[in-house]
Write a protein that binds this ligand. Structure first.
Ligand SMILES: *Cc1c(COP(=O)(O)O)cnc(C)c1O
Length: 361
């Protein structure tokens, strides 16, 4: 008999990244992966280039420069930070650290697909709970907790819905969990949120022994290609994660570029301003076409299509892709008749709206 993967592995559906293929000769506008429409910070580009001029030595295994830059920017103790090869790596480390065989990890119905993958890969049992109106329900999460629960993953704001939970709901969630259950707050889109009742997770981590927040450089900082994520958590959790991560999980270019990017306030501010303007314009534009949009606080919108096979999400996706506008199908997230559109450049946003107008005409 040939080798067989351990149980759980073959239950994992392959993660399919956002497409970037359009017909030959058609200009591509990629709005399928929530990437930055403004490129990357010029300071980060220079830092990465400089780092690649000297590649024979191992990088700093503790990513000290990057942890220091993050700590200074957010007013944190660098000892409470860990960096990862994308926040995906940290989410996987969390599952491997806290889930034994048969232990349960809870996430919500339309939660980020990595939570299920990381849970199954660790030998854990994924527990998906219903949302309400495309929003995580604290009551449903708490009702799903059993003696086997070890982890709760929640993206705030969530991808692909774009909805968020206010701080009082997050506090209620933490307060309702047994002390030994880890609450993972995935705040990949935190920088985009403009709401007074939102808190990314810093305060929740500082005040509790069982909360950890993950962040990424892939979205607002426009460094998805370099794979940089980080987490802020209590010392005991950071120490546990450090034991199982690869000793050199961050490459030198990522450490250098990330350190420069997080200090580039001007770049971050322009990214927030661009998103603020276009999130509103795109949402209003889509609604003017008669499409229903889930209200988003993030850098993407979830667009719901009519049932009519000539006007549904599949037909819209085909029509848009033929013309170079690539959005994301979200069937795997439980939305067979919706597309997720990342906020892009002015040209890409306007082009998508015009193309959808033609499509629906
Ligand atoms: C994009 C995204 C991430 C970031 O992943 P990286 O591995 O850091 O690129 C994390 N969580 C959610 C919900 C995301 O959408």
């Amino acid at each position: 008999m040939p080798p067989k993967p351990k149980s759980g592995i073959l239950d994992i559906d392959l993660y399919v990244p956002g497409k970037s293929k359009v017909p030959e000769g058609v200009r591509l506008h990629k709005l399928s992966s929530n990437e930055s429409p403004l490129g990357s910070s010029p300071a980060a580009i220079i830092a990465a280039k400089t780092a690649t001029e000297k590649m024979e030595e191992y990088p700093d295994g503790s990513a000290t420069a990057l942890r220091t830059a993050i700590a200074e920017t957010h007013g944190l103790n660098p000892d409470n930070l860990i960096c990862g090869n994308g926040s995906d790596e940290i989410l996987t480390l969390l599952a491997n650290t806290y889930l034994g065989s048969g232990d349960e990890a809870i996430f919500t119905e339309h939660g980020f697909l990595i939570y299920r993958i990381a849970t199954l890969a660790a030998g854990g049992v994924p527990v998906s709970v219903a949302e309400e109106d495309c929003k995580a329900s604290v009551d449903n999460i708490l009702a799903a907790v059993t003696e086997k629960t070890k982890l709760v993953f929640i993206a705030n704001p969530n991808n692909p819905t774009g909805t968020y939970l206010p701080i009082d709901e997050m506090r209620r969630l933490q307060a309702g969990l047994p002390e030994h259950v880890v609450l993972v707050i995935d705040a990949a889109y935190a920088e985009y949120v403009r709401r007074n009742d939102y808190e990314a997770g810093l305060e929740m981590v500082s005040g509790n022994e069982n909360v950890i927040m993950t962040r990424t450089f892939s979205k607002i900082h426009g460094l998805a290609a370099l794979r940089i994520g980080w987490a802020y958590g209590p010392t005991h959790m950071i120490e546990a994660l450090n034991r199982i991560r690869g000793p050199f999980n961050m490459n030198a270019a990522a450490i250098a570029a990330g350190s420069a990017a997080i200090r580039d306030r001007q770049f971050i501010d322009s990214a927030v301003a661009h998103n603020d303007t276009w999130l509103t314009k795109v949402t209003e534009g889509l609604e003017a076409l008669g499409l229903r949009v889930t209200p988003s606080v993030s850098n993407f919108v979830l667009i719901h299509f009519p049932k009519d096979p000539a006007r549904n999400a599949e037909a819209a996706d085909r029509y848009l892709t033929e013309r170079g506008y690539v959005l994301r199908r979200v069937t795997g997230y439980g939305f067979p008749n919706a597309l997720r559109m990342s906020i892009g450049t002015e040209e890409a946003n306007r082009g998508t709206l015009e193309t959808l107008k033609e499509f629906l005409a």
